[in-house]
Design a protein around this ligand. Structure first.
Ligand code: HGY
Ligand code: MN
Ligand code: MN
Length: 410
């Protein structure tokens, strides 16, 4: 049905934009690499006969009209920004899969009642500013000018400044918001980034819900001191306190059997080999599909961290960078995906998403759902991220039948 060779060729081409020596891809938001990737996708949208535009948040859309332009759009898509040295599939599969579906409809003269749009959302990953899903928040009317001023990258550049450099006016980001009722449903094709489908021996599956991440930044202020002249009993070592908290994070998250806790960022000062660290900052990414479980784990970690710092004579500050509720997928979309799987001869298998996705931001605006494609060994956010051509094509075919179903096609 869809042209799997064309999809694969475009995935490979896009992967060369932002290619790193280590083999992965780095395409951070509002950078030349993300711009080049969106321009490449826009050229594919043109080839597919779509009308192409960018909104005030830098979201790129390709639109195909339906029989009735007044009906709400069916929206498909994902993102083309990446993490540092990430993989080729996380994001691009959903954007290029959406373009492929619409190009196939165009080539086969397929008509649908609803218009269909494919979107490449700005900054889903949050790699540059430690604040993600900027484009989908804007579309859902959830992005504030405070957000754009508050978050900064490693060089102290705020989102607003990066938007200006990129050619956007942060003051107008509100114009990207879509009104209630303007989107019939949102469907995202994405790699699983886990091992369930591989264990089930399935190329694709349907997502039941998306785990909610809390991102925190810990700042610990101890006492810088001489590594040789300061007895162990007289130290206020901020790194020793941080490492005790990190072991606590691992223990508390592991104890639930469902939560995941990750310290992905760590910095310390002054950083001399013979100096006791006085200042440490580290991040916490804590998730669970059940918000109650996640919040209880967070509470235990914070309570015990306060006790650890009190005992060590270290000051602790905690800043919340983002806090998203888990997002259930809609029955309407899950049912359509289930029918599409069966139509394409794939046993429908339902599974939750541990990774976050733009659909979380849209869950309040419209029915939302996701189609997962098998990931090799569940590896992602790494140059080793891989899905086969055959599985990408299978997932894209399931997307095709799902979108046709939701858009009133045939
Ligand atoms: O962090 C995530 O779960 C997603 O990859 N942005
Ligand atoms: Mn992604
Ligand atoms: Mn990702």
């Amino acid at each position: 049905m869809i042209d799997g060779e064309r999809l694969w060729r475009r995935l490979s081409d896009l992967g060369e934009i932002g290619r790193q020596r280590e083999g992965g891809v780095t395409r951070l938001s509002f950078t030349d690499e993300e711009r080049a990737a969106k321009d490449r996708v826009a050229s594919y949208m043109d080839e597919a006969g779509l009308s192409v535009r960018e909104d005030a948040a830098g979201n790129l859309f390709g639109r195909r009209e339906g029989r009735n332009a007044d009906l709400p759009s069916v929206l498909v898509g994902s993102h083309v920004d990446s993490v540092y040295n990430g993989g080729d599939f996380d994001g691009p599969l959903g954007v290029l899969g959406g373009v492929e579906v619409l190009q196939t409809m165009q080539e086969r003269g397929v008509e649908t009642d609803h218009p269909i749009e494919v979107v490449a959302f700005t900054d889903e990953e949050g790699a540059r500013f430690s604040f993600g899903m900027i484009g989908s928040r804007a579309l859902a009317g959830r992005l504030t000018s405070e957000d754009l001023a508050k978050y900064e990258d490693r060089d102290g550049v705020s989102i607003a400044e990066a938007m200006r450099t990129y050619g956007l006016d942060p003051e107008r980001v509100g114009e990207a918001a879509r009104p209630e009722g303007s989107v019939k449903a949102y469907v995202e094709l994405h790699i699983e980034q886990g091992r369930v489908l591989e264990n089930e021996g399935l190329p694709a599956g349907l997502v039941t819900g998306i785990a909610g991440p809390v991102w925190l930044r810990f700042s610990l202020e101890g006492e810088t001191g001489h590594a040789g002249a300061t007895p162990m009993s007289l130290r206020h070592d901020s790194l020793a306190a941080a490492s005790e908290i990190m072991s606590l994070i691992e223990a508390e998250a592991s104890a639930t059997g469902t939560s995941v806790g990750t310290v992905g960022q760590l910095s310390l000062e002054p950083g001399g080999i013979n100096i006791i660290p006085g200042h440490v900052e580290f991040s916490l990414d804590l998730r669970d599909i059940d918000q109650g479980v996640r919040d209880r784990v967070e509470g235990r970690i914070l309570d015990e961290a306060v006790e650890i710092c009190r005992r060590r004579g270290v000051e602790m500050g905690v800043e919340t960078l983002q806090r998203l509720a888990p997002a259930p997928c809609s029955e309407l979309v899950m049912d359509a995906i289930g029918r599409a799987c069966e139509r394409f001869g794939i046993r429908p298998h339902a599974l939750p998403s541990g990774a976050g996705h733009d659909g979380m931001q849209l869950a309040g605006l419209c029915p939302m759902g996701m189609i997962f494609v098998r990931s090799r060994a569940g590896v992602s956010h790494s140059p080793e991220e891989w899905s086969t051509k055959k599985d990408c094509a299978a997932g894209c075919n399931v997307l095709y039948w799902t979108v046709l179903d939701l858009a009133g096609g045939g």
